[in-house]
Design a protein around this ligand. Structure first.
Ligand code: NAD
Ligand code: MG
Length: 382
């Protein structure tokens, strides 16, 4: 029996991914049942056993008590602030409400802000942590697949304005990230697929082995087999961490963080056109955008057709939207093009895109003809 228990413990020992930046370093801890151990895991890395948990009402109902208990057991004094779920909470109004609530509790420079929730809570709470008293220690406890593999790593925080998404923000690195894969059990499968799109993106832009792994194990990830899930989260975090470590403040305009936008120019245009109302999740837009980026790369002669076929086959096998026509709405190519050119300087009808020379080989291309983009949009169902 002891040996069985030891084997089980070994299997469930959390994975630790160290992230070393110029001025700071922290661990991303990935595993099952981490919420229950949060107090013990965080105590050594925070300067004071005092914390404010920022979460949304859905996640609060599911996990806030468990987290609070664990923190209390380790001697933490804990307060919480709950925001409504949804993109609307990444607003100046909600920022105002949360900072007020935190200041009312008389926080000190050493009090930690803990984000418990998806990317929305992470971005909002991170920006609060970056700004209150000019910066408080910050911990991410991401509870969506998207936030575990993408938004919780890299230090970008921020809120939206009426001029666009993420236009106010700061770089603020956490002192620890706890990715508890057990929390994903309550996440709707549609949200799991949306997060999975960002894992596929990582493989497609710079890690062919990761994409090949996805082809083998995607179904296991989507059906939440713990080992596959932990492996996917770890690989995607490690990939993003490597990119972010080389380009912490997104100063490289060619490679670096810019390449993380593979599929996103198309995806953002579709999202913007749908109005961020939940009918098209970010990851669903990215899924369609990834295939469009490959299609555009094939049509421009950069990428072999066989790589596009592999991408299409994998997205379809995973039940992800792969084409604009999969959304079930009609879009005008001109309107989508206008979204794409709005925030980009277009020179002589040429656009900048992240394209591919094949799976795992993304590059920034500065002279994509508008006509070529229009043509693939029409080919895809516009
Ligand atoms: P989200 O935070 O809205 O979470 C999705 C939904 O799932 C919400 O309704 C939430 O209440 C619910 N939820 C969360 N965890 C749950 C759980 N364990 N069980 C059941 N329900 C749960 O969305 P998201 O997709 O995690 O994040 C999207 C946001 O992330 C966007 O605002 C985007 O701009 C941002 N983002 C930021 C970065 C970055 O680098 N900072 C990167 C990518 C995306
Ligand atoms: Mg994204």
């Amino acid at each position: 029996t002891t040996r069985v228990i030891e084997a089980l413990a070994l299997n469930h020992r959390p994975r630790r991914l160290p992230i070393a930046l110029d001025r700071t370093s922290y661990d991303v801890v990935i595993g099952a049942g981490l919420l229950e151990r949060a107090g013990a895991l965080l105590a050594p890395v925070v300067p004071q056993k005092r914390a404010v948990v920022v979460t949304d009402s859905t996640v609060a109902g599911l996990y806030l008590e468990r987290l609070q208990e664990s923190l209390n057991d380790s001697g933490f004094l804990v307060h919480s602030v709950v925001v409504p779920p949804g993109e609307k909470s990444k607003s100046l109004e909600e920022f105002n409400r949360v900072t007020d609530a935190i200041l009312e509790q008389g926080v000190e420079r050493r009090t930690t802000i803990i984000a418990l929730g998806g990317g929305i809570v992470g971005d909002l709470a991170g920006f609060v942590a970056a700004t209150v008293l000019r910066g408080l220690p910050f911990v991410q406890i991401p509870t969506t697949l998207l936030s575990q593999v993408d938004s919780s790593v890299g230090g970008k925080t921020g809120i939206n304005t009426r001029w666009g998404k993420n236009l106010i923000g700061a770089f603020h690195q956490p002192v620890m990230v706890l990715a508890d894969i057990s929390t994903l059990a309550t996440l709707p499968v549609r949200e799991i697929r949306a997060g999975y799109a960002e894992i596929v993106k990582a493989g497609l832009l710079g890690d062919e082995a990761l994409f090949a792994w996805c082809e083998m194990h995607g179904a296991a990830v989507l059906s939440q087999e713990p080992e596959a899930l932990a492996e996917a989260v770890e690989q995607a975090c490690a990939f993003k961490a490597a990119v972010v470590t080389k380009d912490e403040f997104e100063q490289s305009s060619e490679g670096g963080r810019a390449l993380l936008n593979l599929g996103h120019t198309f995806g953002h245009a579709l999202e913007a056109e749908m109005g961020y109302d939940g009918r098209l999740l970010h990851g669903e837009g990215v899924s369609i955008g990834l295939r469009l980026a490959f299609l555009l790369s094939v049509r421009l002669g950069y990428c072999p057709q066989a790589d596009l076929d592999r991408v299409t086959a994998h997205l379809e096998a995973c039940g992800m939207p792969a084409r604009i026509s999969d959304i079930g709405e009609t879009f005008s190519a001109d309107v989508l093009l206008r979204h794409m050119t709005r925030d980009k300087k277009m020179r002589d009808g040429k656009l900048t895109f992240v394209l591919v020379r094949g799976i795992g080989q993304a590059f920034t291309c500065r002279n994509v003809p508008e006509e070529a983009v229009r043509a693939v949009l029409m080919e895809d169902g516009c």
